[in-house]
Design a protein. Structure first.
Ligand code: IFG
Length: 520
């Protein structure tokens, strides 16, 4: 931090600032409270604090380099930043570890920083991003958004490439800030999932929950149970060819997400939503009628038989292999919409599967219905319809807030939106923005909440372009709910900032909804 220096008594402060700026020092900041001039910016999510620095902005040029520490993951973030800056500017932007070069964008670990905290400081002569390794990556997204949208172009664009002279100190409100992509109702290719991960990274989200199995499709190869993907992955809603990820493809998705400090949380929905698995393994069904491939969208009618040992043998195989493929801490076991089991059988099933997940070294996430069972205090319950999440608190479990009327991004924007559903609500952008997770649910306070997540169910979405249409701009809105302090958030401010992102999405090829609520 540069020290506060009172202005010189006899020489006008402006002359001092100019002189200091000429020799490359940020001028003396006005003593006392933060400068009265609010810094107008378009960063989403809004940083905790942003202050104007005295002096000129930073201009990228052919001499600009990126200086990183010799910590491999910080150097990788430096390379990713260079790859972002080179195409549009045409500058070489070398990535080096020499700290003496002028005009440098410096990324450096701050060993006293925690979580995803970072500080970004811009003066005429340098840009400094310091923080934890993940914080530095988040700070790079802020830097990216401080630059003109045309920085996202893959082709040379005229500059000037100016970064305003500001100091930002930032960190997230909640630790879990995510989205869920339902790859079971409709299958999405590895490349489409990577495009979705790019969107999450731009808005500092850090969890991608993949809904890998449901009635219409099983989407992940399990080597000890090859029939699951081979027979369960052949179709999708509407009867299309479906598909599944080989374990190598899943590992590629995990790596791509990890480089962006995004955790993959795989979900095998059970005991309900299991028709595709039962087509592959009819012996796990309680009914004598052999399950058949299903391509419509009713819910609640399928279930693993909870009274057969072979059910838990298969689940053990699945969880063992999935845990080995997933470096993240959590495996999601679903648990939603079970209408064909008794309350007792459901509880017994959830508690037994929770033990299987823990035995394979992972912690459990489940839809809020699992709150009816005895949960480990490290288990997370995902609130979506608010009828049993509070039960989970009895076990000391914490909540992921995904209230359908606010966070279900598969809902229509308006009654005439072609894509999406309406059962929970019609959800415009301001509806996703205007709520406080800490006061949304009676009996639930900030200390019960790990964060927020915006599920995108794909009954009506057959490709990533359709997903983007429902996700943007509502997912950036949810990202701000998860990141920015409640007191620093205001819809009238957000709507102006997000309007400036449309050119960025155009350069990125991201489809979006031009909401009439936003002054594009
Ligand atoms: N509810 C179902 C999903 C999906 C959704 C569509 C949950 C937890 C409705 N379960 O949401 O499978 O069909 O909005």
């Amino acid at each position: 931090m540069t020290e506060h220096r009172p202005p010189h008594p006899r020489i006008p402060a402006a002359l001092i600032s100019l002189g200091l700026a000429l020799i490359g020092c940020p001028g003396p900041r006005q003593p006392g409270p933060v400068s009265p001039t609010r810094v107008t910016h378009t960063v989403v999510p809004a940083p905790v604090s942003i202050r104007a620095n005295q002096g000129e902005p930073f201009r990228l040029d052919s001499m600009t380099s990126i200086v990183t520490t010799n910590v491999a993951e910080v150097a990788r973030t430096g390379q990713m930043l260079a790859a972002l800056l080179r195409p549009a500017t045409g500058f070489p932007i070398p990535v080096i570890t020499d700290t003496t070069r002028p005009g440098a964008i410096a990324l450096r670990l701050n060993t006293s920083a925690t979580g995803e905290a970072y500080e970004l400081s811009v003066t005429r002569d340098s840009i400094r991003i310091s923080g934890t390794a993940s914080g530095i990556f988040r700070g790079v997204q802020t830097l990216r958004q401080l630059m003109p949208p045309s920085i996202e172009s893959d082709m040379r664009v005229n500059g000037p490439w100016v970064v305003p002279a500001v100091t930002i100190v930032d960190q997230p409100r909640f630790a879990w800030r995510g989205s869920m992509l339902d790859v079971a109702r409709h299958f999405f290719t590895v490349d489409e999932v990577k495009q979705f991960i790019d969107l999450l990274a731009l808005y500092k989200l850090n969890v991608l929950h993949l809904h890998l199995a449901d009635d219409q499709g099983w989407r992940i190869e399990i080597k000890s149970r090859p029939r699951l993907a081979e027979l369960g992955g052949v179709t999708q809603v509407g009867g299309g060819p479906g598909g599944f990820y080989t374990q190598a493809e899943y590992a590629d998705i995990v790596r791509y997400a990890q480089e962006r400090y995004i955790a993959i949380v795989p979900e095998i929905d059970m005991p309900g939503h299991t028709n595709a698995a039962l087509v592959a393994h009819p012996e796990l069904s309680c009914s004598r009628v052999p399950p058949a491939l299903y391509t419509r969208t009713e819910v609640g009618w399928s279930a693993f038989c909870p009274n057969k040992e072979e059910t838990y043998a298969l689940i053990d195989d699945v969880i063992r292999e999935l845990a080995a493929l997933t470096p993240g801490r959590y495996i999601h076991i679903g648990g939603d919409e079970v209408e064909v089991l008794t309350h007792e059988d459901y509880i017994k099933f959830v508690e037994r599967v929770q033990d299987i997940v823990v035995r394979h070294g992972k912690e459990v996430v489940g839809w809020e219905e699992i709150g009816k069972a005895r949960l480990r205090p490290t288990t997370l319950a995902q609130l979506w319809k608010s009828d049993s999440a509070v039960l989970a608190l009895r076990s000391g479990a914490k909540l992921i807030m995904s209230p359908a009327p606010k966070a279900y991004l598969d809902m229509k924007y308006t009654p005439t939106t072609e894509l999406g559903l309406t059962w929970a609500a019609i959800i415009e952008v301001s509806d996703v923005y205007n709520w406080d997770p800490a006061t949304y649910q009676a009996g639930v306070t900030e200390s019960n909440i790990v964060g927020v997540e915006g599920p995108i169910w794909s009954e009506t979405l057959r490709n990533i372009t359709a997903v983007q249409y429902l996700a943007v701009p509502r997912l950036p809105a949810l990202a701000e709910v998860g990141w920015t302090p409640q007191s620093a958030r205001a819809w009238d401010d957000f709507r102006v900032r997000i309007a400036a992102h449309a050119p960025r999405w155009n350069y990125l090829g991201v489809n979006y909804y031009r909401s009439p609520q936003v002054p594009w």
